[in-house]
Design a protein. Structure first.
Length: 242
């Protein structure tokens, strides 16, 4: 189902028209449901990790490092950082994965105390070994230096991101489909219909919510089992000799 189909289906479920349920309202409600569905899928996905199929790039990004700089910001569309890699200065260059910082290892010290500062008060530099996340910012310890890393495109981040949302222009053209498995696209119409029906058709809300719950369970089951091509290993159950 594309966005035009979803809009038509939502209005049909509500006995609404373009005046009582305009495109702008539907766009907001469909997108809100879309983000919720993607959130369910990301929480449920197996070893084959999910990414909205509407994106034209992979869920990883590169950025340029700055000599002696610890902090780097990234887009708020990223839901979670999965891994951080730093490009070394060897030949050939390769990205080296670094570890997330566990503050328990710092022994009650701040990162600056633990990793040290230069005599100028600037961060200690070298090849980053750890990264720390705070909001939309990543901190690297120690800070990168050009004698240890390649600064240009020197950081690569693997991440999870939210849905590639519909736009008002796409509502007009009506060709874009949700970026998850097509058997469950209809859930977005049910989710978008609930707020309208809760006011004007309250007798329909219970059925709509039950359909949302049913389809949600199917989506979670499907995306939670998407590694069926991965060989399962059977191990012997321990035997107690007590």
């Amino acid at each position: 189902m594309n966005i035009a189909d979803l809009n038509s289906e939502t209005r049909e479920l509500c006995n609404a028209d373009t005046t009582s349920l305009p495109n702008a309202t539907l766009l907001y409600r469909v997108n809100n449901g879309y983000q919720q569905v993607i959130g369910w899928i990301i929480n449920a996905d197996g070893t084959w990790q999910f990414d909205d199929t509407n994106y034209s790039d992979l869920p990883r990004g590169r950025g340029t490092l700055v000599q002696g700089q610890e902090d780097y910001s990234f887009s708020s569309e990223y839901l979670d950082v999965e891994a951080v890699e730093i490009l070394n200065d060897d030949s050939p260059n390769k990205y080296i994965r670094i570890e997330p910082l566990d503050h328990s290892m710092l022994g009650g010290l701040s990162p600056q105390e633990y990793f040290g500062l230069l005599s100028t008060g600037s961060p200690q530099t070298g090849f980053p070994q750890y990264y720390d996340k705070l909001g939309d910012t990543i901190f690297l310890y120690p800070a990168p230096t050009s004698t240890e890393v390649t600064l240009t495109n020197g950081i690569r981040v693997w991440f999870k991101r939210t849905a590639d949302l519909f736009t008002s222009a796409q509502v007009t053209t009506g060709t874009k489909e949700p970026g998850f498995a097509s058997p469950w696209h209809i859930i977005l119409a049910y989710m978008a219909a609930i707020p309208y029906c809760s006011i004007y058709k309250p007798e329909r809300v219970a059925w709509l919510q039950s359909e949302v719950n049913r389809i949600k369970a199917e989506i979670i089951d499907f995306y939670g089992l998407r590694e069926k091509d991965k060989r399962k290993v059977i191990t012997m159950k321990p035997i107690s000799f007590r």
